[in-house]
Design a protein around this ligand. Structure first.
Ligand code: HEM
Length: 604
């Protein structure tokens, strides 16, 4: 008999236990499992290279789940190769995989052996409810089958005008902000000072604007609900809450390890009480955000139902334009066989998950694109010229009137998606700087995975040979999206450089020998396999519409601010500024990405 208390024992006896006893037992149970795995079970990854654990308690987890951890992640694949041994709690051996061959197996033919970690699934169940990111197996497949048609090219074409509405509003708002800044600085400065400043330029926080636009685009396109009309001075409380959710969750990485146990503790009302009683500011912040998301989702679902959006309504009243993706999902749900339908908790779960999935990711990519264009003026010139030429061609075209809305020109979807420079810039940014640099997976049944072992030889180069590693059940590992996207064996010696031209030279600028299943354009940024990003077409369309609309009018150049990109599951930019307090100077980071911006070509 095992010396450890089983979960069944804990559950049966829970009624008679005090909260204090229960938590102590839980901590003991968790601790003993880790100790058992690390001390009794023989280490599974002998011979696989990797760094020493940085701490006896949390191994390398503190380095990996660290806002400043991006260089460490890169170092692992650069220094140790595509399959690296890292340590979890109490010496628990884990893997850090960026090897394309291994990933091909994990996301492809061996995918049945791997799933999201229990920590990820259970934490998401608590935060979002039973949406796509917290379900597994048949339930997950059923939900995906119902949700996938919302993201077809044809359905997305119906929401493209919504993206254009938002992008055009953004340009109007930015124009006002630039004008306001220019008139303020002009009247406050002397002639000399004005000469020194970049004439005609204002400073815009492209990160803040991208966050607001992404949330508004997600709200309107997915829920048919406006979270942030952009022209009000204060952003929506939902924006602030959702922006802080990922960093807060990331900083709670250790506490989240208890989520699988918490989720099995008694009825829902009791688990809720446990969270309410937790004396931790960050836990309370996550709870408040989760409540806000659920309340919003429930209210919107009720509203949609009241509108009785049946098939006839969807196709009429607005020129055949569906209003939002959730209306489409409700309709598909009503048409599905009773046993396939989603319940209300699943529907509200999808709503929260989709808003969340759509917001933080695209709002990480867009500021990165603006910033890279600012520091690569030649590329920016090419992109802007290409967009402007496309508009000019459209104006010359006989039937151009149909592409005008409220007096503003709009590129049709085919033209927009086919702009080579814009496409190359977005793809190359996603490749080199994937907003989600890694995901975690658990091995649900033992699997043998092939990988390429790199061995340094005497001439300071390395030789590669094929190898395989057996991954025991319950092993947790890191799947490095950024590491795989930067593999020199796939992308060539310049894999670490941002070179949009590579996509112009060849539509497939990566090794033909490596096949990563389901991945977008040979990269892993949207992952692959059965849990790949369901919203990648949505993301590409939204980002291209916003970028093309903004870049057709504005030109960007860098300020002297030092920008750092931090890791919080999703990457985000911060500006570093020296602050003096009580005679001491320290560097403070604020979430922002300031760039000089000017309308047309006035920026020098
Ligand atoms: C540049 C933008 C985006 C990137 C880089 C991105 C990336 C990813 C990645 C890497 C995953 C896998 C996560 C994991 O398995 O742990 C994922 C899943 C997901 N994404 Fe995205 N995403 C983006 C935009 C979107 C958008 C716009 C939506 C919704 C409209 C969305 C909805 C989802 C959902 C629902 C999942 C979970 C899918 C499942 O488990 O079946 N994403 N995304």
């Amino acid at each position: 008999m095992s010396i450890f208390p089983s979960m069944a024992f804990l559950q049966q006896n829970f009624e008679t236990l005090s909260l204090h006893h229960a938590l102590t037992l839980l901590a003991f149970y968790q601790l003993s499992r880790w100790l058992y795995r690390s001390m009794v079970v023989s280490p599974p990854f002998k011979g696989i290279p990797g760094p020493k654990p940085a701490s006896w308690f949390s191994g390398n987890l503190g380095q990996l789940f660290n806002a400043k951890g991006l260089p460490f992640h890169q170092h692992l694949s650069d220094f140790y190769g595509g399959t690296v041994k890292v340590y979890g709690f109490f010496g628990d051996e884990q893997l850090y995989i960026s090897d394309p061959l291994a990933i091909q197996a994990i996301l492809g033919k061996e995918q049945e052996c791997f799933d999201e970690t229990a920590v990820f699934l259970e934490a998401n169940k608590i935060i979002f409810g039973p949406g796509l990111v917290s379900t597994t197996g048949e339930l997950h497949k059923r939900q995906r089958k119902l949700a996938a048609p919302m993201f077809s090219t044809a359905q997305l074409a119906k929401i493209a005008p919504t993206f254009y509405d938002i992008a055009e509003k953004l340009v109007d708002v930015l124009q006002r902000e630039v004008n306001d800044q220019l008139s303020l600085t002009h009247s406050a400065n002397t002639e000399e000072e004005n000469d020194e400043k970049r004439v005609g330029c204002a400073v815009l926080d492209v990160s803040e604007w991208s966050c607001r636009v992404s949330l508004e685009a997600a709200g309107r396109a997915i829920l048919g609900y406006s979270f942030d009309p952009l022209d009000s001075p204060v952003s929506n409380p939902y924006t602030t809450a959702i922006k802080e959710l990922i960093p807060t969750l990331f900083s709670l990485a250790l506490v989240r390890q208890f989520a699988p146990f918490l989720s099995k503790l008694g009825p829902a009302w009791f688990r809720r009480k446990l969270v309410e009683w937790t004396p931790n500011r960050k836990v309370q912040k996550v709870k408040a955000t989760s409540d806000l998301m659920h309340e919003s989702a429930k209210a919107i679902l009720k509203e949609r139902r009241a509108q009785r959006l049946d098939e006839a309504n969807l196709g009429s009243g607005d020129g055949g334009r569906a209003k939002d993706l959730i209306s489409m999902l409700l309709q598909a749900n009503a048409r599905a066989a009773p046993e396939e339908r989603m319940g209300d908790d699943e529907l509200t779960g999808q709503m929260a998950v989709l808003i969340f999935g759509a917001q933080d990711t695209t709002s990480s990519v867009m500021p990165r694109v603006f910033s890279l264009l600012a520091t690569h003026p030649d590329v920016q010139l090419n992109v802007r010229e290409e967009i402007r030429n496309a508009y000019a061609r459209m104006r010359q075209h006989d039937g151009y009137d149909t592409d005008y809305v409220n007096g503003k020109a709009r590129l049709d979807q085919e033209t927009l998606m086919g702009l080579p420079w814009l496409d190359a810039v977005v793809k190359e940014t996603l490749r080199l700087y994937p907003p989600v640099p890694f995901v975690r997976r658990t091995c649900t049944k033992e699997a043998s995975i092939p990988y390429t072992r790199t061995i340094p030889d005497n001439s300071n180069t390395s030789v590669a040979s094929l190898a395989s590693v057996s991954i025991p059940k319950d092993t947790t590992f890191f799947l490095s999206i950024a590491g795989c996207n930067r593999m020199r064996s796939v992308w060539g010696d310049d894999a670490g450089e941002w070179k949009p031209e590579r996509w112009l030279e060849s539509p497939q600028p990566y090794s033909k020998d490596v096949k990563i299943p389901g991945a977008f354009s040979g990269m892993l940024s949207f992952l692959g396999g059965g849990r790949s990003c369901i919203g990648y077409r949505f993301a590409m369309l939204e980002m291209k519409i916003v970028l093309a609309t903004v870049l057709s009018r504005l030109v960007f150049s860098p300020t002297e601010d030092r920008i750092v990109w931090n890791l919080a599951q999703i990457t985000s930019p911060s500006v570093c500024r020296a602050v003096e307090r009580e005679g001491r100077v320290s560097v403070e980071e604020t979430k922002a990405l300031p760039l000089f911006a000017a309308f047309d070509d006035a920026c020098g």
